[in-house]
Ligand binder design. Structure first.
Ligand SMILES: [Zn+2]
Length: 496
């Protein structure tokens, strides 16, 4: 997301591109509104608790209490002791998939697991041949994850469908509704995100089956271990026919601080930033830490440090690095200034001993931006400058592109429907008319990016404490879980 207080130079251009920003004075106003709306919301909400008649219409037992219980239960299903970790088709992922299937069936859905480990639950409604509404999120997690990332999107949808089921309206849906728990969004095990959703969208190359994890096991090996014999022929049968799909909706925690800062539980997503992952390998001359003079070293660790600092400088101030007349234009520079974020999250050295100058250092680079051209310009500039640094230091550099995803715009019509559903949910809970539903951009990638290649997509964001995610400190208020379920219920009711 944009920084809270961008410079006045880029403020107007950011606004032009609909990126949410807050200037210093506007921020004060927002904070005031935030306080007021939080007070109004909290006050009005306490009224809901007291109004027993209204309360039962809002199904807190299912949309809040049961949903929160399920989130906690799913959060305990882990491959690790003491922290949450579920990767592509790991034992814990299989267990979590079985649990989700039970909950899907409890919501009245017919279930199955496909050959990439995605868990599906579907209800045909009144017209089984109508185009289906897909709702999804991911079942896998990062390492030492929070319990809401991915799971909240699945459970809010299932709880809303359960309400339709117990109120006798599930069969009255005007089109099929299918909830999909995707098997791989985070890409932890194979460093390739969206294995599950990309297969369904038809954009996963068959070569993905040969990707290896750190221990040398391929995706295909994992499938075989789980009794799935996938061939090139039946691999492509995973793809959904675009003509059979009406649209895709995903509820997800915001993973950022904007909703908390404006004091509202829900926001609608306008678009998702594009992203690139690089793997940089620096090779030098391995040697004794005590005997090789400093002037004679070709140290890949020191070179990697300089490359990482270069990345930070470039992404903090792209305007200082990108020329207007070369491969990048003013539009790209200006749009990058608000959304560009770059991270080195993983680094390893060989032989990794305290008394050895390393022979090789490898690190990852994650680059995200709303503007695809600008992101390409950054990668071009970064690569050129990295090679120059490596030449100067007499080490070799190899830069591999491991993952690319273009920015995705959410569908305008679908976003309006989700916005209306979010507004209805918040109004029903608070009992008063509230501020308009915030419109946000997503700096994080989501399964909706893959599904955008199949159908129109829309997303709702749910407030999370401190904007913290990918951490056990990730937290969503019980009432915000409720708001998410209620918004999904309102949205589904428009398909009755
Ligand atoms: Zn997620």
């Amino acid at each position: 997301m944009a920084s809270p207080q961008p410079s006045s130079a880029n403020r107007s251009s950011l606004k032009d591109h609909n990126i949410i920003i807050y200037s210093a004075d506007f921020l004060s106003l927002c904070l005031l509104l935030s306080l007021l709306s939080t007070v109004v919301y909290a006050h009005a909400f306490s009224g809901v608790e007291e109004r027993k008649g209204v309360k039962s219409d809002l199904f807190p037992e299912i949309l809040r209490d049961e949903a929160v219980t399920q989130l906690i239960e799913l959060g305990k299903v882990s491959d690790a002791d003491g922290y949450l970790e579920r990767t592509f088709w790991s034992p814990a992922s299989v267990r979590a998939g079985n649990i989700i299937r039970i909950w899907m069936e409890d919501s009245g859905l017919i279930t199955w697991v496909d050959q990439m480990g995605n868990v599906h639950g579907r209800v045909e409604g009144m017209n089984a041949s109508a185009k289906a509404l897909l709702i999804g999120s991911h079942l896998d997690t990062v390492i030492d994850a929070g319990i809401f990332d991915g799971s909240l999107g699945l459970i809010s949808a299932l709880s809303a469908l359960k309400v339709l089921n117990i109120t006798g309206r599930l069969g009255k849906l005007s089109r099929p509704v299918e909830v999909i728990a995707f098997s791989d969004e985070e890409g932890v095990r194979f460093q390739s995100t969206f294995l599950g959703s990309a297969a369904i969208a038809g954009i996963l190359p068959v070569s993905a089956l040969q990707i290896r994890d750190k221990s040398g096991v391929t995706v295909q090996d994992v499938l075989k271990e789980n009794s799935v014999d996938i061939t090139e022929e039946n691999f492509f049968q995973l793809k959904y026919d675009p003509e059979s799909v009406w649209g895709y909706v995903e509820v997800h925690i915001e993973q950022g601080p904007i909703l908390e800062s404006v004091g509202l539980p829900l926001g609608v997503v306008k678009g998702i930033a594009g992203q690139t992952r690089l793997k940089v390998t620096v090779r030098g001359s391995q040697g004794h830490a005590g005997t090789v003079p400093m002037s004679m070293r070709q140290d890949p660790m020191a070179a990697a440090a300089e490359l990482i600092v270069l990345l930070e400088s470039l992404c903090k101030h792209p305007e200082n690095f990108l020329s207007y007349d070369g491969h990048c234009n003013g539009f790209a520079v200006e749009s990058l200034a608000g959304s560009l974020v770059c991270t080195v999250g993983e680094i390893s050295s060989w032989p990794s001993a305290s008394n050895v100058i390393p022979g090789q250092v490898t690190f990852t680079v994650d680059i995200r931006a709303m503007d695809d051209m600008g992101r390409e310009a950054i990668i071009y500039e970064l690569s050129n400058r990295m090679y120059q640094i490596c030449d100067r230091r007499s080490v070799s550099c190899n830069i591999e592109r491991k993952h690319d995803a273009n920015a995705v715009a959410c569908d305008t019509g679908l976003s309006l429907q989700l916005k209306s559903a979010a507004y209805t949910a918040m109004k029903r809970m608070a009992g008063v008319v509230l501020d308009d539903v915030p419109v946000l951009m997503s700096g994080a990638g989501h399964d909706a990016m893959a599904l955008s290649h199949l159908t129109k997509v829309g997303m709702l964001f749910v407030r999370c404490r401190g904007g913290i995610s990918h951490s056990p400190a990730e937290h969503v208020l019980d009432d915000d879980v409720w708001a998410a379920g209620l918004a999904m219920l309102s949205f589904l009711e428009t398909h009755l």
